[in-house]
Ligand binder design. Structure first.
Ligand code: B3K
Ligand code: ZN
Length: 875
């Protein structure tokens, strides 16, 4: 844990050597795995400076020997980050022998043990914990991997590519050999060894090739594997139809492991998944979990082209693969489900979590300029804002042209490591558009704000729309330039119908996309007999904050009539924000709370129309406390909680009968299925249940209790449990929580939900529960899912309790971060983030948060935690 150094994009240089071929020999032992690697090296023609040394990365390796071209080699130095070899010939075979200890590896990077199985995680820089290597994404090599292990304990041994050899060895050991014909960067390397069982299937590609599909799980989870395989086949077919991309190897394997730092990893031909993102059966997994499995399986599969076949030159280009792949998985999900609801949910995440990141001390451009620890940059900005940028490109070019750009990109750069400029250049080339201003989206951090002005001229029958854009300063970037912002819009008449759009005499139909390029710009719409109501930023056509004052009547019109599903929802959120803002002010001024009638009438209107139950369930959700907080320069955390809670309870009481009727109407009483009608019914029914229970009436509690006992699926069971456990009277949920624990204690994934439900209770006892649950036998600080389920859920999903005035929530988080910093720096650096968002808190809380950050900073820290905490203390 030495003083960390900063890496800069401007310092990029190609490597001194290239590696054509790697032969790895991994002899698996829990405490002392031996790794022999033979690297077939040659000097890189792009680095003609004579005599450059070879600098290999290496971390936590015990070096046993080095040979060059078969002879012992001693002209090297061990450095802090690896090994430097001098005076190498222009071509050489370098053989190193090292020892590593998977059993001691709690960072879950490199080779480690999960549930008794060997597994790996190499992105971003984990391969250097397995052997000395040029561990950078612009070095692409062919891998041949021989694995040996105890045959009884590790009967299944997997790596990338095709199985080419296997056999028995002395002493009860055995070996296998895998060969991957596709050159790849080391971050896509994977290895697995364990007592695993496969669910198998097959996929025939468009060109008729047969691909074996194998999902490797622990025996007791075999029944939870089908959904992932079904999702995989859907994704494979979708990528063929929509992007013209076929799978390339003869086998595609997925392995489920319980200890994993993130969701999943797209290793070539051998994905490794967090079991939470791949295992699902209706009894134990919610509809949300099913959806997550489908979308993560698709995401990792899509990486085979956007990431693996065409990869990143350096880690500053991370969004090249992640932004594009998130965009692709969002398109896929939109095609499988309700496109409007998918968009709403993606935007809700972006506007709470990503906008908050963009406004905080760790704000960074989608293409960062520098980092200390690259693992800290797998952020919502790189992923979600990156996806929004690709979405805008698709919007600006139109799908057919965007698709041609994508084809050109994959063809031109297949097998190469490239940059974001290379991607955008393909889009510019096929469209003939100048995208240089658009590139600012990649360089500028911060969320742009759009201010709207409107003016109707009855005499001229024209309507002038003026848009002003401005991006606030972010750390290290005070000066922001205007961006190219695509604004999709329509104009509504007094009945909410789309009016024909006429700009400069040109008829543009009902909907168009205007391109805002200047700081301020106006558009004059013609031939309008009355002032229209603009429906702006339809489908959330750009990741910006819209400052667009509208009357309650205008919002109500959009809520019920806008032809754009996203903007209907958005109008409802705005109405609710206005009503909650009024409550917050009443609360702050010590007045009695009065819910604004416009929100009540909006609910009355919504509850009358249940044509689209999935959409209705979304429309009935009040904005989250996190999103409400996003609206304020100074956040009054208590007032927000009280105001939102009041609104929720008032609506619940006022519309009790309507919610009950809807509940009964959508309580289908049919055995569970994943059909869209059933998904939607469960979603709406459980939304109603939450409102009913919010009234704290006996009848509602009984209803929840019944649902809890009778449910044949986890969606209904967990919804009922949550409703009961979040009641003000803690006794209401006690029996159900105990019964749930009894029933599910053997299922780690279900127990994660059990932990989260308790610590997200919006009452004072939530933190006590957290402290009690830390000693529960099912909890472990070594398992990232458990840490997220308990500590992550408390800090991120229970804002009023995390920010309790006495600071005990902050102290609990800091304690956990200090403990995790030693065990798993990557998880520690993620967990600490809520503590870094102190800028908009009141002075009292701000001081407490900073004091806890300082307490962390006073420890010996990993680079991961150091980077985040030092940025937060500097702001
Ligand atoms: N590429 C991986 C994420 C790796 C994170 C390393 N800290 C999963 C994904 O985005 O598909
Ligand atoms: Zn990804």
């Amino acid at each position: 844990m030495s003083q960390p150094s900063t890496i800069h994009l401007k310092d990029y240089l190609p490597p001194a050597f290239l590696i054509d071929q790697v032969e790895l020999d991994v002899d698996l032992h829990l405490e002392n795995t031996r790794v022999v690697s033979r690297l077939h090296l040659r000097r890189n023609p792009q680095r003609p400076e004579p005599g450059l040394p070879l600098e290999l990365h290496g971390q936590e390796l015990t070096l046993h020997s080095i040979q060059v071209n078969g002879a012992p080699f001693s002209d090297y130095q061990l450095t802090e980050s690896g090994i430097t070899l001098h005076h190498l010939p222009d071509q050489a075979v370098l053989e190193t022998q090292v020892e590593i200890s998977p059993a001691q590896n709690t960072a879950l990077e490199g080779l480690y043990i999960s549930g008794g199985h060997f597994c790996t995680q190499c992105e971003a820089e984990g391969f250097r914990r397995i052997t000395y290597y040029l561990d950078r994404p612009d070095v692409l090599a062919r891998f041949r991997t021989r694995i040996s292990a105890d045959a009884a304990r590790y009967p299944v041994l997997l790596s990338n590519g095709n199985l080419i050899e296997q056999g028995q060895l002395e002493g009860g050991r055995h070996f296998v050999c895998w060969e991957d014909p596709f050159p790849k960067p080391a971050y896509l390397f994977a290895l697995v060894g364990g007592q695993l069982h496969a669910v198998k299937d097959q996929f025939t590609t468009l060109s008729g090739r047969k691909v074996a599909l194998e999902l490797w799980v622990e025996e007791e989870n075999l029944h939870k594997g089908q959904h992932a395989l079904t999702s995989l086949k859907k994704a494979m077919q979708w990528d063929e139809t929509v992007y013209g991309r076929e799978y390339d190897l003869d086998i595609y394997m997925i392995v489920a492991v319980n200890d994993f730092n993130m969701g999943a990893m797209e290793n070539k031909g051998l994905n490794i998944f967090n079991s939470a993102c791949v295992l699902a059966d209706p009894k134990s997994a919610t509809d949300r979990a099913f959806h997550r499995v489908e979308s993560v399986v698709a995401h990792e599969y899509f990486h085979n082209w956007s990431g693996n076949r065409v990869t990143c030159r350096d880690w500053f280009q991370l969004s090249l693969k992640e932004g594009f792949t998130v965009f692709r998985d969002q398109q896929f999900s939109a095609d499988q489900h309700s496109a409007a609801v998918e968009r709403i949910q993606n935007v809700a995440l972006l506007r709470t979590a990503q906008f908050a990141e963009d406004a905080g001390p760790t704000a960074h451009p989608v293409r960062p300029e520098s980092y200390i620890e690259i693992n800290n940059f797998y952020t919502l900005t790189i992923y979600e804002k990156g996806a929004e940028i690709v979405r805008m490109l698709a919007e600006l070019l139109g799908w057919p042209t965007f698709r041609r750009g994508s084809d050109l990109y994959f063809e031109r750069f297949d097998g190469q490591a490239v940059t974001i400029e290379d991607f955008v250049a393909c889009m510019a080339e096929v469209s003939g558009q100048d995208l240089s201003q658009f590139m600012r989206w990649y360089h500028q951090a911060g969320t742009p704000q759009l201010r709207v002005e409107r003016h109707y001229d009855p005499a001229a029958r024209t309507f002038t729309l003026t848009l002003h854009q401005q991006t606030p300063p972010t750390p290290g970037q005070s000066d922001k330039q205007p961006l190219l912002i695509p604004v999709k819009l329509g104009l509504l008449d007094a009945q909410g119908q789309d009016l024909p759009l006429i700009l400069k005499g040109e008829a543009l139909g009902d909907e168009t996309v205007i391109h805002l390029r200047e700081a301020s710009q106006s558009w004059v719409f013609e031939q309008l007999d009355a002032a229209p109501l603009p429906s702006l930023l339809r489908g959330f056509s750009a990741p910006v904050k819209l400052d667009y004052p509208r009357t309650d009547a205008e919002l109500a019109l959009q809520l019920t009539q806008d032809s754009d599903g996203f903007n209907r929802w958005e109008a409802g959120q705005k109405l609710a924000l206005n009503a909650i803002d009024a409550l917050i002010q009443q609360q702050q001024q010590g007045q009695d709370l009065q819910l604004h009638p416009s929100l009540v009438s909006a609910f009355a209107a919504l509850l009358q129309d249940h044509q689209d139950p999935m959409m209705l369930a979304e429309l009935l959700q009040l904005p989250s406390e996190a999103y409400i907080a996003e609206q304020y320069a100074c956040v009054d955390i208590d007032a927000i909680h009280i105001a939102r809670d009041y609104a929720r309870k008032m609506l619940a009481t006022r519309f009790y009968d309507a919610f009950l009727a809807l509940y009964q109407r959508f309580d289908l009483q049919a055995p569970w299925s994943a059909e869209p009608e059933q998904l939607a019914a469960r979603q709406l029914k459980n939304t109603c249940l939450a409102y009913l229970v919010a009234t704290e009436s006996e009848a509602a509690f009984t209803l929840a209790q019944q649902q809890f006992e009778q449910a044949d699926n986890m969606t209904d069971q967990l919804a009922a449990l949550t409703a009961l456990a979040h009641a003000e009277d803690p006794a209401q949920g006690q029996a159900a929580l105990r019964a749930f624990e009894q029933r599910w204690q053997q299922d780690a994934l279900v127990m994660d939900s059990w932990f989260s439900v308790q610590v997200t209770r919006p009452y004072a006892d939530a933190l006590d529960r957290l402290h009690q649950l830390k000693t529960h036998p099912a909890f472990s600080m070594k398992n990232p899912n458990k840490v997220r389920a308990l500590l992550g859920a408390f800090c991120q999903q229970n804002p009023s309790r995390f920010h309790r005035r006495d600071g005990a929530g902050y102290a609990a988080l800091a304690d956990a971060v200090i403990e995790l910093n030693q065990l798993n720096p990557q998880i520690a650096a993620r967990l600490v983030l809520p503590l870094t968002r102190h800028q908009r808190m009141d002075d009292h809380r701000k001081a407490q948060m900073k004091a806890e950050l300082q307490r962390i900073q006073d420890q010996p820290l990993s680079p991961d935690v150091y980077e985040v905490v030092s940025k937060a203390l500097a702001s």
